[in-house]
Design a protein around this ligand. Sequence first.
Ligand code: GLA
Length: 730
Amino acid sequence: MVMRDTNDAAVAGHFDSAGLPLGTGTVPVSAPVQEVKHAWRLDDGQQTLVMTTTNERLPQVVYWGAALLEDEDLHALHHAHRIDVTGGMLDENPDLSLCPEAVRSFPGQPGLIVRDTDGTPLLPKFCFEAAEAKGNSQLELVYTDHDNGLTLTFHFSSDADTHVMTCQTVLDATRPVHLHWLAAPVLPAPQQSDEVIDVSGRWCGEFQLGRTAWSAGMRYRENRTGRTGHEHFPGLIIPCTGATNIQGEAYAFHYGWSGGHRMLAEELQDGRRQIQWGHAARMETAPATQFKSAPLYITYSNTGLNGCAVSFQRHLRDRIITWPKPDAPRPVHYNCWEAVYFDHKLPVLKDIAARAAALGAERFVLDDGWFGKRDDDTRSLSDWAVDPRKYPDGLTPLIDHVKALGMSFGLWFEPEMINPDSDIHRAHPHWALGSEDQTLGRQQKALNMALPEVRDFLYDRMSAILRDNDIDYIKWDHNRVLPMPDAAQTRGSYALIDRLRADFPHVEIETCASGGGRIDFGILQRTQRVWLSDSNDALERLRIQHDAALFLPLAVTGSHVGPRKCHTSGRILDISFRAWVAAQRHMGFEMDPRELDDHEAAVLTEVTSWWKANRSWLHTADILRLDSADPAVIAEQQQARDGSQFVVFAGKAATSAQIAPRPLRLTALDPKATYVISLINRDTAPMLSRGTPELKRTDLQLSGAYLMRHGITLPWSFPERMWVIEGKRL
Ligand code: GLA
């Protein structure tokens, strides 16, 4: 029996859906209940995604969150999900489907905007065509619009180990059409959430997290720089109310594309929220019969932001990256950029290489300055031939020397770029992308990577160098934004990297773009390391790598010990702090080793040995960000997959407000287990630490419950210092 509150009925009876007065006493007739036609689910043990459809329409996600019962009634979910209709609303709420359709009165941003080649806007309206599911882990849904000759295919896959789901939309057309906007499968955002966290940044200040409160309307980010960009890393986290690093529910997204993207988080008038991701609008510049969104990676966690972070870290390391030697340890790097810049002199480089090897380096990377007439950054990009003035006998003498020291050899390239002052620009000015009078960036233009002859030229030059020299590593740079976003440019870059990787499968590639300007899962399908930032300032790096860990694992995140006085901040930092910050990720050095005094060399050697001794388990460890009670302390716990050991890095980024350190709570331990805790760099406690906290004296045995509920009581320290605590489960 349906119970009605007569007062409500009377009130409702005064207005129709347009807000106009109705005849007295009538109750608006609700739309007939529409039958659920299809229902699908994806599961990975941690999260469930349920999609259902009314009639033959596009499906909508009616549930996304913690795993549901295996026998959950999906039809019941469909009906339970339906929201009410009152005055001022349409008679039925338009679906928030996988691709919201303007033509079906969806009141928010549509998921597809497409035009005929004569400019006529198409108003697509899709109907079910086919579905194919493999268990609860793979799903393909096909929808067609026969009138407009369009087909949409949605791909989904789940991963029971990493708990990341991958979604993609493909649009096919029976004739070439112009694409303005195509969203990857559109997902609803949780309602029990107060804010979204997205990522911005700048040169030497990557991965800055910004929080924006939900409100009516949208948070719209559009990256039109043509590369992933420092400014707009394509990631989004939606914490549910009360979530922190270590507790609560959170949803996270990453769009795996290197060419610039659009993200919108929109709250509709009815309170529903939608998240859309796609390539930046209008970056498909030519009409075509097929368009694809990039893969959208999504994950749900009920263990705070860390649950999302761990899923992305594992998925990137174990599913996306292709490692030339999966079982080989990550070598300690030496990069000569901040030691010599463009001033390459063979005897100096040999001396530096010998010193780097003595400190523990295992790979020597020769940075910018080895080719053309590259004496500064005004010339020679694209003249990829060894500079005979600097290297009269080619690179072989340096490489032989490096190899004799037990290191492998890596080389810097910036393939997509060209200086107007270069032989190649003089010969082929039309190879450059954009107008002749464009504003240059670092005195350079980008090459048009959509041109096959440009890609062939780059392949020929680069492959000749890789063939003639014993090189196992490329630092692949991209130091300016594009004159305009163009998907063909990104596809051209991908094609060149793929071709080189196919022919030189042993060569690893580091993605760099003035530091972290091209970091995303698209480029990382083809590369193995990110140059996270041009800032080798350990204090800034501590923060950047902490926030980047929401998406990136240790194994891919380069971090170098910089010069005593940082070249990008002027800050002077203690060697111990510099070394430990680098040891938090894939470690390397980037200072002139001739500046090191004996003490600095000894500390660096010691920390490097620690890193080498631990890297085999650190490589696959999860990085868990801690909820530090002291905002001056940036802390994380790197934990072995089996929980048997961990290391905590507690970096003191500033002077604390209170005088004594606050206990630091750990996370994800077994409350019933006992752990041996050891402050491994206790010897570096400053004289002003006068008391006797136990950890300063000895190792401690404490329960997981105590470590998570009370936390570790650390000795006092100066700012710009790092405490390193090892833990082993007994
Ligand atoms: C960029 C990189 C640096 C260095 C220089 C060389 O700025 O981020 O690490 O390789 O180019 O020009």
